[in-house]
Design a protein around this ligand. Structure first.
Ligand SMILES: NC(=O)C1=CN([C@@H]2O[C@H](COP(=O)(O)OP(=O)(O)OC[C@H]3O[C@@H](n4cnc5c(N)ncnc54)[C@H](OP(=O)(O)O)[C@@H]3O)[C@@H](O)[C@H]2O)C=CC1
Ligand SMILES: CC(=O)N[C@@H](CCC(=O)OP(=O)(O)O)C(=O)O
Length: 337
């Protein structure tokens, strides 16, 4: 028998991607998959792309997860805390939601509302020292989708002292699956197709998370809804600490941070990230330069929001928690065209 896995919120977009990755994982065995309004339906009805996975979605109750070694929580914000508290202490947990990411309870209340469930180990293995913390944790909070795209681009600049922490500007576009599967008027095809629209301008909930993960103190973040199902492209610009900085120096810092990382790729010089190239993969693609006009450092990152931004990131953390090879069950490569 493999490592017994439960998925709460398996009918959602992130949950569906988790089911797909678990089905291809050499050590994981799916033993429980739960839903809310869709409970009672076969997986293949809710997720036609998972036809062949013969499983009925059940209600999200603690007893369903009694015999699991690890539970992934892919629930709406604010729902994970209560479910996690009722899980057996013996089961490891990776939460894909935001409930346990922030250390600052006041920031939680400001951006999400309601009571803070408490902070867990932050699930971004590429941050210095974080892989070791994840390995020693039984409770891990996977990152936000925009947060991972931005943090991977920004953290090496700030940790190396290359950029000022108080002047970071990010514009990031996301596909519509980032907003989840529930019906919302602004996500209708007739609203989204042929349109690009900013939202939560100056008020996005990932700002405190990115600041916590990178050490940025001044961060302007503008998200943009893009007419595509998957993908995030984040353009991060920062003021250098030394005005003589070159693109080569920035690339060298990123290469040093990620040269040994299997899932973060600095693209060859001159090649810029495309969201399409990351789809279906666990990889993040990065490229950098210095804008000769403004003098600012520019780093662009691309991820699949449901892959590296959600399910693949969660599986990467679970692999570390079980001392498995970090890329087990994950694809470094995307699907194209
Ligand atoms: N989508 C993305 O790109 C990313 C998502 N995440 C996080 O992952 C989590 C899930 O997101 P996503 O899959 O997009 O969301 P979806 O809306 O697609 O799915 C939500 C899931 O939670 C279930 N659910 C809804 N309400 C409740 C409830 N009250 N109690 C128990 N279960 C409930 C739904 O069940 P049913 O359908 O049966 O009603 C569904 O399975 C969120 O916290 C999100 O922030 C993190 C990173 C990226
Ligand atoms: C396109 C879109 O609406 N995206 C969502 C991402 C929310 C999400 O998934 O949040 P976590 O990554 O924190 O779990 C948003 O901007 O609020």
């Amino acid at each position: 028998m493999g490592i017994r896995i439960g998925v709460a919120g398996a009918s959602g977009y992130a949950g569906g991607e988790l089911l797909r990755l678990i089905a291809g994982h050499p050590e994981f065995e799916l033993v429980a998959a739960t839903a809310h309004s869709q409970a009672g339906k076969p997986v293949a009805v809710v997720h036609p792309h998972l036809t062949g996975l013969d499983l009925i979605l059940t209600e999200t109750t603690p007893d369903v997860f009694a015999d699991t070694d690890l539970v992934f929580l892919a629930l709406p914000h604010g729902e994970s805390g209560a479910v996690a508290a009722a899980l057996p202490a013996s089961a490891k947990v990776v939460d894909l939601g935001a409930d346990h990411r922030l250390h600052d309870a006041a920031a939680w209340t400001r951006y999400y509302g309601g009571e803070h469930a408490g902070a867990w180990t932050y699930g971004l293995p590429e941050l210095p020292g974080q892989r070791e913390l994840i390995a020693g944790s039984s409770r891990v909070a996977a990152t936000g989708c925009y947060a991972v795209a931005t943090t991977l681009a920004l953290a090496p600049l700030l940790h190396s002292g290359l950029a000022e922490p108080d002047d970071v500007v990010v514009v990031a576009a996301s596909g519509t699956s980032g907003a989840g599967k529930s019906a919302k008027v602004h996500l209708l095809g007739s609203e989204v197709m042929g349109d690009l629209s900013p939202y939560k301008v100056g008020a996005h909930q990932h700002v405190p998370e990115i600041k916590q993960a990178t050490g940025a103190t001044g961060l302007s973040f503008t998200p943009v809804l893009a007419p595509m199902p998957r993908g995030i492209l984040a353009t991060v610009t920062a003021k250098p600490t030394n005005c003589d900085i070159t693109a080569g120096v920035v690339r060298a810092v990123l290469a040093d941070a990620y040269g040994d990382e299997p899932l973060v790729h600095l693209l060859p010089e001159g090649a810029w990230p495309h969201t399409a190239a990351t789809l279906g993969s666990a990889s993040a693609h990065l490229q950098a330069t210095v804008d000769v006009d403004s003098g600012r450092i520019i780093v662009v990152s691309a991820i699949d929001n449901l892959g590296r931004g959600a399910a693949a990131q969660a599986v990467q953390c679970a692999n570390i928690m079980f001392e498995l090879p970090e890329t087990s069950g994950l694809s470094v490569f995307g699907v194209a065209p």
